[in-house]
Structures are given as structure tokens and as C-alpha cells.
Design a binder for this molecule. Structure first.
Ligand code: GLN
Length: 579
């Protein structure tokens, strides 16, 4: 039942309510995301490897659950009930994050002796820590990876060889468990919310309604409008008041989202309604199962953290063995689903249908590369912002590391209208790039964004910090790339799929993003640097580490993008006129 009657910017007026509901949900999601990695490294004082691994596991779950949530809504709940349920679970998850206990207590182990340590000076490039105990030594990380212990007068008391120095933190396992459960709640809630609110947008338009793509573009603006404000405000509160305040604001935003959909004043009547079924309503059973799913996710999650790095030189087999159970499951499902669905469509579809499915699958595989790089934003790039970026703006004021996440949302809101005008103009001349060309541009763009930042890293002074504009430049390029791939992706799937398997293909699309989040976590782990008490020991070493990883992934992605451009005529042929 496509909408009729009153309009909002030429669109069904229901779009306005879905727009605000999604804007507030994303306010919560991205506000919390801007804090998470910093919270893990500074509050729980996890090392980089654990923090970025956890972050990758969490975001992988966030994009995996829509598969299930979408299915349950289609079969049993209807989109609207699923969205309402998801909203409550997510709000509770953010609220739970407000309870974090005390900051973990860092320690250093030197020659089997454990010392409590305290950060005493992080103003210059040599971060120093006081080693508590009889000696009252300071720690200085050296460029070659060794660590020097300095006497109070500044003279070197002792240099510890690589591996002879370890640091960690005493943290409350109770609060770690609470935090992990909160992350699992948010991913479960998101699975009910995120796919189904998009389905409701789709319902507003009749098949073939020309306004559909524009409707989704407006909706995408809502996503970024919400996240823009929270990525400024939540990190601000976290610094000014405390972590709990930042997470609390995310919870409040999520609560607004729930109020908007729960008390819609009948505006959404007839949309997202449950499917017509015989037999009893299964909603309560599904809600109960979803709640049971939270501790199961918790186990997957803990497993991801425990994954060991591959033994150097052990090759691809060693690499696969080193993946956590969750990684193996994700990759395994993806590697079985892609050829499996293709074989099915080869057998069951006509030649033309098979080719269209093939085109969709090839683009889904390239999609993994894009999000792997793009999703460094919340992990390695946020840590880079914290450690190797001069965050002062025109020398007038400084923003916090978490607030750099606002750039992406800001550029999306600014660029989306410009880009849609450009596409329309090019289309009028008959030279709008095809979907595979847009994907290729996105891959090259996301790579160039990183190369741009690495260029900036070659120009740092003795503080080893790049000016904030280099990071803003990266996000500008990434936002342009995002607009070439993200809004076109979903609609492309609906158009290329064989009708009977369109839901499944949507699922594979989300699965590809989930795989990407996991790989993004692994990439961020490769970019780990040594920290003590949540601070890096040597800013030059950390800058070199980031630059090395960013340079490599930037080149790989740009290279893959060029390959995609080269094969794009073939993929375009397989698409049989779909635009
Ligand atoms: N930024 C968009 C959102 O949050 C798209 C993210 C994605 O598809 N990976 O909805």
C-alpha cells in the first residue's frame, strides 16, 4: 500500500517520521561508536590489539544481526514491531554502558617484578610514566622498540630489551562483563531495528515509483544528521563530565527514537504491519529468544578477543588457523553463500537472470574491500586522532579525538545534495557512470583517502602529529567515496536479484559488511602500537606503524578499484540495463 495524500518535500509524509526515528537511532549508535575504542583503551586500559579486536567483533555482530532481524520481521513480527523492540533493547544497552566502574589500574612488569604505574607526562613526544615502588622510575619508549627506565634526575637507569618489558592493567571483570553484554544487547537491538526501518521506507513507494531512490537519499541524510550531532556532543560530554554522560546521551537519543515510533499518532498505520499468518502470534517467543541470544553473542565475542596473531611466515593456512571461531564462521558462511547462491541461480534461472546475479555477487565481494578500509574510522583512525593528530582548530580551540568522527557525517550531509545534482546532470548528458564504475571510484577513493593522510604524515615536525586538516581531508575523500557505493548498493541488490531470493541477497549484502567489519578489526590490530596505561610509549613509532599500514591498505584498495574499473564493462553487460 504505497502512500498517497499529503507529501513532505514531494515525498510521502510518513517519510518524515521514519527520517526522524532513524536520525535519533543513528544519534545513539554513532555517538557511542565515537567513544568505544577510546573507552576501551583509556577506561579499561586494554592494549590496542584487544581493544580493536573487540571493536571489530562488536561491529561485525552489528551487521550480522540484521540478517536474522529482517527475516523475523518478514515472517512473524512485521517491521514496525521489530523496530520498536530493537529500539528498547538498544536504549538499554547504551544505558548499561553508563556503568563502567573505576578506571583500570595500569602496571608494568619488568624482569618478573610488577610495578603499579602512573602517567605523569604526556605533553611531549616521549610519554613518561612513573613506576611506583622503591625506585620511582619513569618509562620512555625508544625508537627501536626498547624501553628506557629513567631515574628521577632524567638519567637512564636501565634500558630494557624488547620483550623484557610488559604492561597491562588491573580491571574489574564484573564491569568488563557488563560492558560486553551491553555491546551484545546493542547488536541484537540493531538487528531488529536497522533493516526493518529501511524496509518501511521502501514500503512507501509503489513498484517503479521514480521517487524511491531520492527517498532513500533523504533517509541517508537523516542517518548522518543524527550522527553529526552526537559525534560532537557525546565525546564532549565524555571529556567534560565522564564516560557515563557520553553513553547516557546516546541512550537518551535512542529513547527519543523509540518514542517517535511507539507514539506515532497513527501516522504509520498500515506500514510495517505483521504479515498475515494463521496460528498464534509468535512475537513474545521471538522476544524471549532474542534476549537469550545476548549471552550467546557474548561467548562469540570473548572468543574473538582471544584470537592469536598468525605465526609469521605461516602463510595463508596459518592465517586461517589463527582466526577466531567467529572469524571462521563469518568467512565460512560468506565463502559458501556466494558460490552456493550462484550455482543455484545457474541451475534455476535463465541465462540473463544468472548474469544479473553474478554481477550483484561480484559487486558484493568488492564491497568487502570498501568497508574494510572505511571502517577504520572508529578504531585505528580514532586512535590515530588521539595520538598522532594535532587537534587544535586554527589555534583557537581543540576538539577531542572522538569528535573527529563528526567529519564524515558533516561531509555526507554537505555532499549528498551536490552529488545527486552531479549524477542527474551527467545522466541528462547520458554519461552517468555505471554502478560498477561507481564502485570502482569508491574503492580508489577510500584508498586515496589513506594515501593522503600518509602524505601528511611525511610532513610532521618533532611532535610527530599531523595537522587536523589531513584527517579532515581523509574523511572528505572517504565521504565522497561512500556516496558512490553505499546509497547505490542496496537498491542495486533489489534490482539485480531474482525475485524469489531478494531477501537472501539483502542478507548476503549485510553479511559482506559484517565480514568487512571483522577484517577491519584485524587490520586495526595489525596497526597496534605499544601502549602503557592507554598511552603510546613512542609517538614516532606509532606514526610509522600507522603510516605503514595505511599506505599498504590504501595502495591495495586503489589497485583493486582499478581492476574493477577495467572489468566494469563486462559487469555492466551482465547487468542488462539495470541502473
Ligand atoms: N552510515 C550508514 C549507516 O549507518 C551506512 C553504514 C553501512 O552500510 N556500513 O546507516
Amino acid at each position: 500500500n504505497p502512500a498517497s495524500g499529503e507529501t513532505w518535500f514531494g515525498h510521502p509524509r510518513q517519510l518524515a517520521r521514519l527520517f526522524t526515528t532513524e536520525a535519533w537511532e543513528r544519534f545513539g549508535y554513532y555517538g557511542m561508536r565515537a567513544l568505544l575504542t577510546l573507552y576501551l583503551t583509556k577506561h579499561f586500559v586494554f592494549g590496542d590489539r584487544e581493544a580493536t579486536g573487540l571493536y571489530g567483533g562488536y561491529t561485525a555482530l552489528v551487521y550480522l544481526t540484521p540478517l536474522i532481524g529482517g527475516y523475523l520481521a518478514d515472517q512473524y513480527l512485521g517491521s514496525k514491531r521489530a523496530v520498536k523492540f530493537g529500539a528498547i533493547i538498544m536504549a538499554l544497552g547504551y544505558l548499561l554502558l553508563c556503568f563502567g566502574g573505576e578506571t583500570a589500574k595500569p602496571y608494568a612488569t619488568i624482569a618478573n617484578q610488577r610495578y603499579a604505574i602512573e602517567v605523569v607526562d604526556q605533553a611531549d613526544s616521549e610519554v613518561r610514566y612513573l613506576v611506583d615502588g622503591a625506585n620511582k622510575l619513569k618509562i620512555k619508549g625508544n625508537d627501536d622498540g626498547t624501553v628506557s627506565l629513567l631515574a628521577p634526575d632524567g638519567s637512564t637507569a636501565r634500558t630494557v630489551e624488547k620483550g623484557g618489558f610488559e604492561s597491562g592493567a588491573e580491571r574489574s571483570s564484573f564491569y568488563v562483563t557488563i560492558m560486553l553484554l551491553a555491546l551484545c544487547m546493542i547488536s541484537v537491538g540493531n538487528g531488529f531495528f536497522k533493516p526493518n526501518i529501511s524496509t518501511m521506507v521502501g514500503e512507501l513507494y509503489a513498484q517503479g515509483d521514480k521517487r524511491r531512490d531520492a527517498g532513500f537519499t533523504i533517509f541517508y541524510m537523516g542517518i548522518n544528521l543524527g550522527s553529526l550531532f552526537s559525534q560532537l556532543l557525546c565525546p564532549f560530554l565524555a571529556v567534560a563530565v565522564g564516560w557515563w554522560a557520553g553513553f547516557g546521551l546516546a541512550a537518551i537519543g535512542m529513547l527519543f527514537s523509540w518514542v517517535l515510533i511507539q507514539f506515532d499518532g497513527g501516522k504509520l498505520n498500515g506500514y510495517g504491519e505483521p504479515p498475515v499468518r494463521t496460528g498464534p502470534d509468535r512475537a513474545l517467543g521471538i522476544y524471549a529468544l532474542a534476549l537469550l541470544g545476548i549471552p550467546i553473542f557474548y561467548l562469540l565475542f570473548v572468543n574473538l578477543m582471544n584470537a592469536e596473531p598468525p605465526v609469521p611466515g605461516s602463510g595463508i593456512v596459518g592465517y586461517i588457523v589463527s582466526l577466531s571461531l567467529m572469524g571462521k564462521l563469518l568467512f565460512g558462511t560468506f565463502l559458501i553463500a556466494v558460490p552456493g547462491i550462484l550455482i543455484w541461480s545457474f541451475v534455476n534461472g535463465e541465462r540473463r537472470e544468472f548474469q544479473m546475479m553474478l554481477a550483484a555477487m561480484v559487486l558484493i565481494v568488492f564491497n568487502v574491500v570498501f568497508w574494510t578500509l572505511f571502517e577504520q574510522a572508529g578504531s585505528s583512525l580514532t586512535l590515530f586522532a588521539d595520538r598522532n593528530t594535532d587537534l587544535s582548530v586554527f589555534g583557537l580551540f581543540s576538539i577531542s579525538a572522538g569528535q573527529t568522527q563528526f567529519f564524515n557525517a558533516f561531509f555526507i550531509v554537505a555532499l549528498a545534495p551536490v552529488m545527486s545534482i552531479i549524477w542527474t546532470k551527467l545522466a541528462a548528458k547520458g554519461i552517468e557512470p555505471s554502478i560498477p564504475v561507481k564502485f570502482g571510484i569508491a574503492l580508489i577513493g577510500v584508498g586515496i583517502g589513506f594515501l593522503f593522510l600518509v602524505w601528511g604524515a611525511t610532513m610532521v615536525g618533532p611532535t610527530f602529529k599531523v595537522a587536523i586538516w589531513w584527517l579532515a581531508g581523509l574523511y572528505f575523500i572517504h565521504s565522497f567515496a561512500e556516496l558512490c557505493i553505499s546509497p547505490v548498493g542496496l537498491s542495486m541488490i533489489t534490482k539485480l536479484s531474482i525475485a524469489r531470493v531478494v531477501g537472501l541477497m539483502m542478507g548476503v549484502w549485510f553479511l559482506s559488511i559484517s565480514v568487512a567489519q571483522y577484517v577491519a578489526g584485524v587490520v586495526a590490530q595489525v596497526a597496534s602500537v605499544e601502549t602503557v596505561g592507554g598511552q603510546v610509549t613512542n609517538l614516532k613509532v606509532s606514526l610509522d606503524t600507522y603510516a605503514g599500514v595505511f599506505w599498504t591498505i590504501g595502495l591495495i584498495s586503489a589497485g583493486i578499484g582499478v581492476v574493477l574499473l577495467l572489468i566494469s564493462p563486462l559487469i555492466k553487460k551482465w547487468m542488462h540495463g539495470v541502473q
